[in-house]
Design a protein around this ligand. Sequence first.
Ligand SMILES: O=P(O)(O)O[C@H]1O[C@H](CO)[C@@H](O)[C@H]1O
Ligand SMILES: [Mn+2]
Ligand SMILES: [Mn+2]
Length: 406
Amino acid sequence: MPRALLIVLDSVGIGGAKDAPAHGDAGADTGGHIAEACAAGGGGRAGLRQGPLDLPHMTALGLGLACEASTGRMPPNLDPKGALRGAWGYGVETSKGKDTPSGHWEIAGVPVAFDWGYFPDTLPSFPEELTAALIERGNLPGILGNKHASGTAVIDELGAEHMRTGKPIVYTSVDSVLQIAAHEETFGLERLYDLCRIGRELCDAYKIGRVIARPFVGSPETGFKRTGNRKDFATPPPSDTILDTLTKADRSVVTVGKIGDIFAHRGTGKEIKPNGNDACLSAAIAALRDLPDGGFVFANLVDFDSEFGHRRDIPGYAAALEAFDRRIPEIEAALKDGDLVIVTADHGNDPSWRGSDHTREHVPILSFGRGVAQNAIGRRESFADMGASVLRHLGVGNPGKGMSWL
Ligand SMILES: O=P(O)(O)O[C@H]1O[C@H](CO)[C@@H](O)[C@H]1O
Ligand SMILES: [Mn+2]
Ligand SMILES: [Mn+2]
């Protein structure tokens, strides 16, 4: 029986979305702009990387062709010029939001047709009743922040005051999120998680997708740094995803990285949550080696988004792409005959763009495996075609959305 591995490179969009102007993102193109910056000499950092974007494996898997099909422009250094291996195309998001749950749920067969709630970019950002209830139920002396912010900037700004006063830093973004940052040692990690559980209950009324714990360490003298103990408290998908369908069909499911959180731990099988792209990819490859026939591994690599996209760090993003690309042969070596791999993304996060938020973009769809013929699968009108293709490949009927290209 065949097996499948789906890897989401979080935020590695490839531009071209027709509805980008509605999000303020007309022209945003994560992959294309990184390649252009690198070719123009703007993607280098001493000790990290220099020169044109070097992605030989993803180029041979059709990344440049997917970019060209998406935007009409072939990014520098991504033209395969020779033999391709695998099937390539790009996906259009039908969900309204450009957030992580919308992207992942749609990939897994559940496009998000409803509107999430969002907190306005005002001061304060949160409704008074919500703030008051959080303070009361969380037994807090108050909160700091209460605004749209970048998570690293807001702990630099308010970390010292947080340590002094014991007030957690509560902030949001253009996404449907309520984020709570607190010091792991002075506030306490478990106390932060408990506070987020309270926040989760309070946020349901506002249709907020996620409450996110953002623990950090450090001191005013040394500066503050977020730790790997981030935890997302998500609302569950409104109907069965491919994870539910596979679980009900008694298939083996392994989820790596943020996937468990994103799907509110429903149908997520064995969850593995190491810290960082490299460790998550290692875990996904190890899971694939042990995966029984008919099984499915679903992995998310979040560093592209959280460490480089939101931080608008082009050299860092380029280096992370190159690090992933170098390990593609390792993925291929773990494959058995009949296995299917799909590499894709959930939204964009153009590091050359203004602000620090996600960008509305198409996503690449790169599919490979020994039995996967070289093929152009073209423009897919929903990310859900990926989930549908996984189910078709695994021989499980699709009760949900999406059209398989297989
Ligand atoms: O700036 P940080 O805290 O990384 O926040 C980012 O992370 C959130 C969840 O992915 C997004 O909504 C964005 O605001
Ligand atoms: Mn994401
Ligand atoms: Mn993000």
